[in-house]
Design a protein around this ligand. Structure first.
Ligand code: ATP
Length: 302
């Protein structure tokens, strides 16, 4: 029925918000089945799970698989974790779309100084808390949700420090209303995500791949634009992307509209290939390599 992604800095009141949202949903007449998926329910320890990139990737993978297994048309799943990486929220959004259900993000917006203080208070009370190095690292890498992104929309915002969190907080009531509203052909404000061929068939790694593809090709395009602007319209002797990556062999000036068109076509072609053939590249470097090869061919220099 729906997937709710809770998002916020470490120790910003996310679990409190998840719990109140769950209770508020259960209080509705619809007798909803609501389940919170969080680190604790999967017996994952905060400090171990965020100790390094591999552990963190593993944590995200475990949570995502659990969400993948659990989302259905009959229940509401609340993912209570940092969900602080934009690409990861995109993956969760793809899961919701693949299942043809509703989706929203509930964001606990608290300034890091207050989160830090709450975390210290937790530690002083002997409760489970983040160690300082991990806390600072997580705070630094937090990617704030932006309602203009499909995967951050609709976005319901709570301000736990300023307003506290209640079952009756406006953001919680708004989220409940959004998640439980009956939809018919005249309803415009509730979006039930529709699976596309791509998301129906996409396994998660592929959703991730498409995100990587999007980002990597954008980086290549940016590098070309940057190199051209530095050359001030003069001749270019290829654009280098760094170690281990092929050079973009362009010598003439290529305008942004043309680059955008090439990028769109490349993404489309690679996406289509993945439906029947191998998935698109799942790491940024292979995606860049493929896009550079494509550009070199299309721009007639390979
Ligand atoms: N509005 C508030 N005022 C004061 N303290 C608060 C408030 N909200 C949460 N806290 C405190 O912050 C701590 C963390 O709360 P909570 O577990 O809900 O946050 P969290 O974001 O889920 O944390 P984590 O990142 O560890 O999962 C708790 O100890 C709680 O007492």
């Amino acid at each position: 029925m729906a997937l709710v992604v809770i998002c916020g800095q470490p120790c910003s009141g996310k679990s409190t918000a998840a719990l109140f949202l769950s209770e508020a949903l259960k209080d509705t007449e619809s007798k909803l089945t609501v389940r919170i998926i969080d680190e604790t329910s999967l017996h994952l320890d905060r400090n171990q799970s965020y100790a390094n990139m591999n552990a963190e990737k593993n944590l995200r993978g475990v949570l995502r698989s659990e969400v993948d297994r659990s989302v259905s048309k009959d229940n509401i799943i609340i993912v209570d974790s940092l969900n602080s990486i934009k690409g990861y929220r995109y993956e969760l959004w793809c899961l919701a779309r693949g299942s043809g259900i509703r989706y929203c993000v509930l964001y606990c917006d608290v300034e890091e100084t207050h989160c830090r203080k709450w975390n210290e208070e937790r530690r002083e009370k002997g409760e489970a808390s983040y160690n300082e190095v991990i806390f600072e690292d997580l705070v630094r890498r937090f990617e704030k949700p932006d309602k203009r992104n499909r995967w951050d929309s609709p976005l319901f915002e709570l301000w736990p420090y300023k307003d506290g969190i209640e079952k009756s907080s406006a953001a919680i009531l708004d989220a409940v209303s959004y998640l439980t509203k009956k939809v018919d052909s005249k309803t415009h404000d509730v979006k039930v995500l529709q699976p596309t061929i791509a998301t129906q068939n996409a396994r998660f790694s592929e959703a991730n791949s498409l995100y990587e593809l999007d980002r990597a090709t954008q980086e290549v395009t940016n590098a070309i634009v940057e190199a051209q602007s530095q050359a001030l319209g003069g001749p270019l002797n290829g654009v280098s992307l760094g170690d281990g990556l092929p050079t973009i062999n362009i010598s003439r000036s290529v305008g942004l509209p043309e680059l955008r068109r090439l990028r769109r076509t490349f993404i489309k072609l690679t996406g289509q290939t993945s439906l029947s053939g191998p998935p698109p590249p799942s790491d940024a470097d292979s995606a860049k390599r493929m896009f550079v090869d494509y550009l070199n061919r299309e721009l007639g220099t390979a």
